[in-house]
Ligand binder design. Structure first.
Ligand code: NAD
Length: 245
């Protein structure tokens, strides 16, 4: 990935931070996107610089079409383009259908699915110009299997899978690859709010009987964002300890 430029959305913490650091270790220059947590983004930046890497941070809400454009434009300005786009930003607003508010459904779709579309929409013209590009979307085991209390989140993550497969067919002939990772239960701020009871039932349903770490996702992300996966496109790789078997 030497001298490639990678944009990672939601790079201020969790899986996004681990992916940004891993790509930097492999030689990529990073644009670390964040929505509001500037301190977290600066911490990711500091960690990359400590490794001798190059990075910048950029504030943008990816669910806003124009802010996604500003993010991609910033990458063009700083690093002359976007070679790798990692759509990692995501939120949950869980609830059973009887209690789920319309705005909770809309918001999750807006950030997770529309946000992914927004960034891709603006990055693809840049990649077409360069005649190459790699896109990685972070889906979820919930998008593959469904999950009680997550109809909004599961729909957004299943939507990401359809989007990934369609665009792989659309852009493959233009030397742009696009894949997705479907993580299982990963130890981050997103999952730490779950009750011990829920966590235990998930652990039991996982073949490896343990949770994953952000670095587990980053390993696969680095593979999918490198030439090592040059003949892989349109795929959804489960990194879930054997939850969705
Ligand atoms: P997290 O909550 O720590 O990270 C989510 C990141 O997205 C944060 O950095 C947040 O600031 C950012 N974000 C949210 N809304 C945004 C917006 N509108 N614009 C820009 N950035 C925004 O959780 P995580 O576990 O690190 O999640 C990262 C991705 O992995 C998400 O897409 C999540 O759905 C997915 N995922 C996580 C798990 C898990 O078990 N942790 C499992 C499957 C999928």
């Amino acid at each position: 990935m030497k001298d490639k430029c990678a944009v990672v959305t939601g790079g201020n913490r969790g899986i996004g931070r681990a992916i940004a650091i891993k790509l930097a270790k492999e030689g990529a220059r990073l644009i670390i996107n964040y929505r509001s947590d500037e301190e977290g983004a600066l911490e990711t930046l500091r960690m990359i610089e400590e490794l001798g890497g190059k990075a910048h941070i950029f504030k943008a809400d990816v669910s806003k079409f124009n802010e996604a454009l500003e993010l991609i434009n910033y990458s063009k300005e700083k690093f002359n383009g976007v070679d790798i786009l990692v759509n990692n930003a995501g939120i949950t607003k869980d609830g059973l259908i009887l209690r789920m508010k319309e705005e909770d459904f809309d918001k999750v779709i807006e950030v997770n699915l529309k946000g992914t579309f927004n960034c891709i929409k603006h990055a693809v013209p840049v990649m077409l110009k360069k005649k190459e590009g790699i896109i990685l979307n972070i889906s979820s085991v919930s998008g593959v299997m469904g999950n009680v209390g997550q109809c909004n989140y599961s729909a957004s993550k299943a939507g990401i899978i359809g989007l990934t497969k369609s665009l792989a067919k659309e852009l493959g002939g233009k030397n742009i690859r696009i894949n997705a990772i479907a993580p299982g239960f990963i130890n981050t701020d997103m999952t730490k709010v779950l009750s011990d009871e829920v966590k235990e039932s998930i652990r039991k349903a996982t073949a490896l009987k343990k949770f994953g770490e952000p670095e587990d996702i980053a390993e696969t992300a680095a593979f999918l964002c490198s030439k090592r996966s040059g003949y892989i496109t349109g795929q959804v790789i489960s990194v879930d300890g054997g939850m969705a078997i």
